[in-house]
Write a protein that binds this ligand. Structure first.
Ligand code: FE2
Length: 278
């Protein structure tokens, strides 16, 4: 990342870096994700978790911080609890520790280029906190509403940087990201907290974000978008017949205070850096 790019990142709260990841590396990750989906058996004990919004479903999510878990689309099931389409086309995402548990995801997440980028952005000792593989399936891939990542991965000082990597071309039709340039300067509106064995979305600032000014980030496969923790961003639904796979990685600065009531906790599985030797 050059100095002009750093200036742009600080001004806008996001930065688009084209051709950051080679097409072959994107393809390797897609192939591995497809293998994980193929191996996933949602029958028996697992399937009921997804069919109702209940305690078990909360627990499946809350327990995923140190695991590889697959999550279904909201509308994947009919009124009888049956999948509307094939399993492979019903998965919303995989989360949240593939970067530590799966060799292919580990290699994709711990490259010298990513470590250098984190350093260029000002991280001195970044820890890999969370990974997500997002499918944004053809026709049913749902929208992700406007939010900041700080809301979900709180730290003091604010230090969780997001890396969003397009594994396929992302367009308006298949649900590319949208961002509010400069919106990272505005107060963060909400905080997602763990309370007992459930979660709450706590309101912090009632002022709404401006209604105008968002820009779509249509990008080609292999593009990396850096997201400031306080940047408001969202993605639209996928209204096309093409998928929009993406991989996200979040890094936390070691030494920042990471509250015990953040949803993502790894008490028995310490976070690791970009180094692959540990
Ligand atoms: Fe986000």
């Amino acid at each position: 990342m050059n100095n002009q790019e750093l200036v742009r990142y600080r001004r806008d709260g996001f930065l688009v870096l084209e051709n950051f990841v080679a097409a072959e590396a994107c393809d390797r990750l897609r192939a591995r994700a497809n293998e994980l989906v193929a191996a996933f058996d949602p029958g028996g004990e697992i399937l009921p978790i997804f069919t109702t919004k209940n305690h078990a479903r909360d627990q499946y999510f809350l327990d995923s911080a140190d695991k590889i878990r697959l999550f279904f689309e909201e509308d994947a099931f009919d009124e009888h609890g049956r999948l509307r389409q094939s399993k492979a086309l019903s998965i919303n995402k995989i989360g949240h520790a593939m970067h530590d548990l799966d060799p292919v995801f580990d290699a994709f997440s711990r490259t010298p280029e990513l470590a250098q980028l984190a350093s260029d952005l000002g991280h001195r000792d970044p820890l890999l906190l969370q990974s997500m593989y997002i499918f944004k399936q053809p026709n049913i891939g749902g929208e992700v509403r406007l939010h900041t990542d700080h809301t979900f991965l709180w730290s003091e000082p604010m230090s969780v940087t997001g890396f969003w990597i397009a594994l396929e071309d992302a367009t308006l039709e298949n649900g590319c990201l949208w961002a509010l340039p400069g919106g990272h300067e505005l107060p963060v509106k909400k905080r997602f907290r763990r309370v007992g064995d459930t979660t709450v979305l706590e309101a912090l600032d009632p002022t709404p974000y401006p209604k105008t000014g968002e820009v779509p980030l249509e990008v080609s496969k292999g593009t990396l978008i850096v997201l400031h923790p306080a940047l408001p961003h969202r993605s639209g639904p996928n209204t096309s017949a093409r998928s929009r796979h993406a991989f996200t990685l979040h890094v936390l600065e070691r030494g920042a205070h990471y509250p015990a009531d953040n949803w993502l906790q790894r008490p028995n599985f310490p976070l690791r850096s970009f180094s692959r030797s540990i």
